[in-house]
Design a protein around this ligand. Structure first.
Ligand code: DON
Length: 317
């Protein structure tokens, strides 16, 4: 379809519906990429699954394909936990303790910690995300877990639950994240017990969502923090601006520059194959397709999002 210039709202419903269908049909045959296998439970994912959903700030949604298939949120949890922590502690404190600059390195980079005197660079990569999770308020681990699970559920507008298989699989194989947490602890850049922080981070990554959930969660950030379906305010509008800025900077890791250049919107990927993208003031887009590129970003997710950003006139620039 033709590229549109960004306007104040999503195009009419029939246009959105037709373009979602066009994106799905166009990219369904793509077979590039490989499902994540460093978390054993994710290696079993069906590479043919492909779900798309757009949720508008008016509460309408347009879903197609496997948009109701449950998969683990993984790194897409990071911006939402950061938003909740900013809300609880104040954005200034969160920024000072975690950072908001790009690393230019893979999501689980230890070198990024060693190369930068600040140690944690931003809440989208594992180091900064584990540091963010270590800032979650609560008297004990279960209170902190409730804060995360209930907060992410408010973004989704429904009760989210953990995928026990993914959690168990990742908890048995997350030595690298345990190492990152300990390294940060050694640098005074972790704000809770390192094992507790890694445990909570692993649980948060194993929360199950659907492409439809991710679209609504994205639409909540697009709507200045109000869930457009439940009408509940989840976070303040100024938090959303900050979270979207850090997503634009680092949401697709070392490919964040290419993403912003091509899509022109803040987005966040997860290794289970999800990508959530936010069109501020307009809505959220959730895509699910397990095969990933070398940076850990869904191949079809990126293609479909780029297509829809152009066709719907969502590019911010
Ligand atoms: O910490 C990990 O390795 C995973 N729980 C999340 C990584 C992830 O989703 C990276 N994304 N594209």
């Amino acid at each position: 379809g033709p590229m549109r210039v960004s306007t104040g709202s999503l195009p009419p419903a029939e246009t959105v519906r037709a373009l979602v269908r066009e994106a799905w049909e166009h990219f369904a045959p793509v077979t590039d990429g490989h499902v994540a296998d460093y978390i054993p439970a994710l290696a079993e994912a069906d590479p043919s699954l492909f779900g798309l959903c757009i949720a508008g700030v008016d509460g309408r949604s347009f879903a197609l394909g496997d948009a109701d298939h449950a998969f683990s949120i993984q790194s897409m949890s990071k911006p939402f936990v950061f938003a909740l922590v900013c809300e609880a502690l104040g954005g200034g404190i969160a920024r000072e303790r975690v950072g908001v600059n790009a690393t230019g390195l893979p999501f689980n980079s230890v070198m990024a910690i060693e190369l930068n005197a600040e140690r944690t660079m931003n809440p989208m990569v594992n180091a900064g995300a584990i540091a963010t999770t270590s800032l979650v308020p609560g008297a004990n681990i279960e209170a902190k877990w409730a804060f995360i699970r209930e907060g992410l559920s408010r973004f989704a507008g429904r009760e989210l639950a953990m995928d026990e298989r993914v959690y168990t699989s990742e908890a048995a194989t997350n030595q690298r994240n345990q190492g990152i947490a300990r390294l940060l602890h050694g640098y005074g850049r972790l704000y809770a017990d390192p094992d507790e922080a890694t445990e909570l981070y692993t649980r948060q990554c194993a929360l199950n969502v659907t492409a439809h959930d991710m679209a609504v969660m994205g639409a909540t950030l697009a709507d200045g923090g109000v869930n457009p379906v439940t009408r509940e305010r989840v976070v303040d509008a100024d938090r959303c601006q900050r979270v979207l800025a850090v997503m634009a900077t680092a949401g697709l890791y070392e490919h964040s520059g290419d993403w912003l250049y091509e899509v022109g919107l803040p987005g966040k990927s997860g290794v289970a194959g999800g990508i959530v993208t936010i069109a501020p003031g307009k809505g959220g887009l959730g895509v699910f397709s397990p095969p990933l590129d070398a940076a850990g970003n869904s191949v079809r997710g990126q293609l479909a999002t780029k297509f829809l950003s152009e066709a719907l006139g969502l590019n911010l620039f």
